[in-house]
Design a protein around this ligand. Structure first.
Ligand SMILES: [Zn+2]
Ligand SMILES: [Zn+2]
Ligand SMILES: [Zn+2]
Length: 253
């Protein structure tokens, strides 16, 4: 299995519009953080897209426009779903793009993209085959087992995902229910959000993320969904085995 980080930034992206701070003016490509999204490539070669934010078009062109098997959605915030209309090229020939999300997210998608769910479709609009999923009810995509995890994004219940037995992907977490911690304890690779050193009401800060990591005991960790307050990539110093991911990074799992 492989994981490619398409985007590792928070909702504003980095650089942030109008900001001239040290991070936002960096010329290091690793300090250019598009909105958080990733591709998991299964051992059978299927590419599973996790979230589809407003930077999707740029991200997928940068990744070489690979075939996509399905979309898994963590939650319906704009930075995670704002790009679904750009899945249009993947819907050629009447394909309904396989999309996995909770019932609440499905309702949000239908409300925000009515042209894709209308009775009489305008020619060429992207269409979706939505499968409603729930935490801890396993599914199989591209020959790989996927277990949705319960994650709390402040007061909002969202999903994380465990792929096979080795990889867990969690974004926009503030707290992790005990059942989710137990489902991924001792996992090989943990991808989890860490927004910035400072406290935030709905996202884990660095210190809080390190505390969650300690409870899970993964072999290695990649932090995602970082804001400009995280600082430049070269100035972020984390304990051994934990690193800040960056856009375009691909890891073998
Ligand atoms: Zn987000
Ligand atoms: Zn900035
Ligand atoms: Zn969010």
């Amino acid at each position: 299995m492989k994981l490619t980080f398409l985007g590792t930034g928070t909702s504003t992206g980095v650089p942030q519009i109008g900001c001239h701070c040290d991070t936002c003016t960096s010329t290091d490509a690793r300090d250019r953080r598009l909105r958080t999204s990733a591709i998991v490539t299964t051992d059978s070669g299927a590419n599973i897209l996790i979230d589809c934010g407003p930077d999707f078009r740029t991200q997928i062109l940068g990744a070489g426009s690979p075939e996509l098997e399905a979309l898994l959605i963590t939650h319906s915030h704009y930075d995670h779903t704002g790009g679904i209309d750009d899945l249009r090229p993947y819907c050629k020939g009447g394909r309904h793009f396989p999309t996995y999300c909770t019932a609440d997210v499905a309702a949000d998608l239908r409300a925000r993209n009515p042209w894709s769910f209308a009775k009489h479709l305008y020619p060429g609009v992207p269409t979706f085959a939505i499968t409603e999923i729930r935490p801890f009810e396993p599914l199989t995509i591209g020959g790989e087992s996927v277990l949705p995890l319960a994650v709390m994004h402040g007061q909002l219940p969202i999903l994380g995902f465990k792929f096979g037995s080795k990889l867990a992907y969690i974004t926009d977490c503030k707290t992790l229910p005990q059942a989710s911690i137990e489902a991924i304890t001792g996992i090989d690779t943990l991808v989890i959000n860490a927004l910035r050193p400072q406290f935030h009401p709905t996202h884990l800060s660095v210190i809080e993320a390190l505390d969650v990591v300690e409870q899970i005991h993964p072999s290695r960790v990649f932090f995602i969904h970082a804001s400009h307050d995280m600082g430049r990539h070269t100035t972020v110093h984390l304990p051994t085995g934990i690193q800040l991911a960056y856009d375009g990074l691909t890891i073998d799992v």
